[in-house]
Write a protein that binds this ligand. Structure first.
Ligand code: NAD
Length: 499
């Protein structure tokens, strides 16, 4: 894919169609209340457009349409290979619209346009394609009974699934959940984050263009406390699939208990440790991964490697390497400039929150090694420079809380035992990495680390077969892998008396 120029992307962004209504039953729908909310470009603070603000009425309508589509069987009764063909075409169309998705999400939440082209769009299409390929491999079982009976277990779709996603990977988080939800025959109501609403309806349009029936994939825009809450409290929604903060994930479980005990799968926060042990001999590689692991996507990543635990003997050399590589790898600027590798944070409010963590880091005794502010030339945008603290102790706020910005904390450790103790002392358990040549230590890390995703001698590697999901208060959801299918289906026992 060509990189194009900054002018190309700026013009592409200006010309992009802005879809600002809800998408229900295959058509655009306004809000009954006439209310809207603004979506702001965090690179310059300008309002891009206003978007329909949904409420209970739009959620009721979308859920009723989704239920009708489910009951009619137009999607769930389609022969698996036909459903697979629709989803395969859907994946192709996502790829064909790469540039449009790239400018929409980049304008909306600030990520570099080339990250969209190289990461978000291809990974989204791959996710839909992977699940499409599994469509006729979703099997039940025939169990061993005596000859007077035949007993089989059917695996069936749940019905209406509400998908609630965050703003950090607007397209990709939706795609990760749409693949397994749709291939298993469910109907969906998708609620994008209010900070990044612009790409969701393009996805829904492309599903229809691929041959998906109207009513199977619907989008309702709005605020979390309105639309998200109404979906999660709805008596006719069978499941909420959620990616977002632990705080909201907990609320969703309460809403399920207050309504119809719908299933809730949660993919929430993280405080990922990156451990570099003393026997590791290639600091250049480990430091490069560590830098990219915390500063990629502006640090607005659930698995951002924000706690870097370095064996004491390597500490000073590692800090020097980390500092040198961070200065080279991350260039702040206009997200629509292909030379930019770090955009603004999602909103000015989030920038202020990240800055307040930096203040707390200093106040609690952390040493600011670099960063900690924003370049004056970019003052109109919500920028924060890549920031490193050294002299951090595990009890400090910046070592414990999810900052969700480009702030790293390096801590010295004495051996794997202490590293594991600190790494596991967290309410979160999404991901972790270790760098070591010692096979026994690598395996011990794999067994003892309380995280759903563990990397040895790499960071952020994986493919569609590798599980994505966490331990502890990161939640119970599992994305990407074949196991995700179990989260969008339920089993039924059919016992046939032959006697
Ligand atoms: P958030 O929880 O504030 O919002 C996520 C979604 O929930 C949005 O669509 C929002 O509108 C909605 N929401 C908010 N309040 C709600 C309510 N009361 N009821 C129902 N829905 C509500 O999170 P965010 O700030 O958009 O995203 C950042 C968080 O997402 C971070 O904690 C990050 O770690 C997490 N995240 C996790 C993963 C993962 O795979 N584990 C991936 C990406 C992001």
């Amino acid at each position: 894919m060509t990189e194009h120029t900054r002018d190309f992307w700026t013009n592409r962004a200006r010309a992009a169609k802005l879809r600002t209504q809800h998408f229900i039953d295959g058509a655009y729908v306004s809000s009954a209340s006439g209310q809207s909310f603004a979506t702001v470009n965090p690179a310059n603070g300008e309002v891009i457009t206003t978007v329909a603000r949904g409420g209970q009425g739009e959620v009721d309508l979308a859920v009723a349409v989704a239920r009708k589509a489910f009951k009619s069987g137009v999607w769930r009764r389609m022969a698996p290979r036909d459903r697979m063909a629709v989803l395969a075409k859907f994946a192709d169309l996502i790829e064909a619209h790469a540039e449009e998705f790239a400018v929409l999400d980049s304008m909306d939440m600030g990520k570099p346009v080339m990250d969209m082209i190289n990461i978000d769009v291809p990974f989204s299409a791959t996710s839909i394609r992977y699940f499409a390929e599994l469509g006729d491999k979703i099997e039940g079982t025939v169990t061993a009974t005596d000859e007077a009976a035949l007993h089989y277990i059917l695996r069936q779709p749940l019905g209406v699934v509400g998908i609630i996603v965050p703003w950090n990977y607007p397209l990709m988080m939706a795609a990760w959940k749409l693949g397994p939800a749709l291939v298993t025959g469910n109907s969906v109501v998708l609620k994008p984050a209010e900070q990044s609403p612009l790409s969701a309806c393009l996805l829904a349009e492309l599903f229809i263009e691929a041959g998906g029936p109207a009513g199977v994939l619907n989008v309702v825009h709005g605020l979390g406390e309105d639309v998200g809450k109404a979906l999660a409290l709805h008596m006719d929604v069978d499941k909420i699939a959620f990616t977002g903060s632990t705080e909201v994930g907990k609320l969703l479980m309460i809403y399920a208990g207050q309504s119809n005990m719908k299933r809730v799968s949660t993919e929430c926060g993280g405080k990922t440790p990156q451990i570099i042990l003393g026997d590791w001999d290639d600091l250049e590689t480990a430091a490069t991964y560590a830098v990219n692991g915390i500063f990629g996507n502006q640090g607005e990543v659930c698995n951002a490697g924000s706690r870097i635990l370095v064996e004491r003997g390597l500490h000073d050399e590692f800090v020097a390497k980390f500092t040198e590589i961070a200065a080279k790898n991350f260039v702040l600027g206009d997200p629509l400039d292909p030379a930019t590798t770090m955009g603004p944070l999602v909103t000015a409010q989030h920038r202020d929150r990240v800055m307040s963590f930096i203040q707390t880091g200093k106040a609690e005794g952390g040493r600011l090694a670099f960063g900690g502010g924003a370049p004056a030339a970019l003052a109109k945008g919500a920028y924060v420079e890549p920031t490193l603290f050294t002299g951090v102790t595990p009890a400090m706020t910046i070592a414990r809380e999810e900052i969700f910005g480009p702030v790293a904390a390096i801590m010295p450790v004495d051996g794997l035992d202490q590293a594991l103790e600190i790494a596991n002392d967290s309410i979160y358990g999404l991901a972790a990495s270790v760098w070591t040549r010692d096979l026994a230590k690598a395996h011990r890390f794999g067994r003892e680390m309380e995280a759903g995703v563990c990397w040895v001698n790499c960071f952020d590697h994986g493919d569609m077969t590798s599980i994505w999901g966490g331990y502890k208060q990161t939640g119970n959801g599992r994305d990407k892998c074949a196991e995700a299918l179990t989260q969008y289906t339920q089993t039924k026992s059919v016992w046939i008396n032959l006697g």
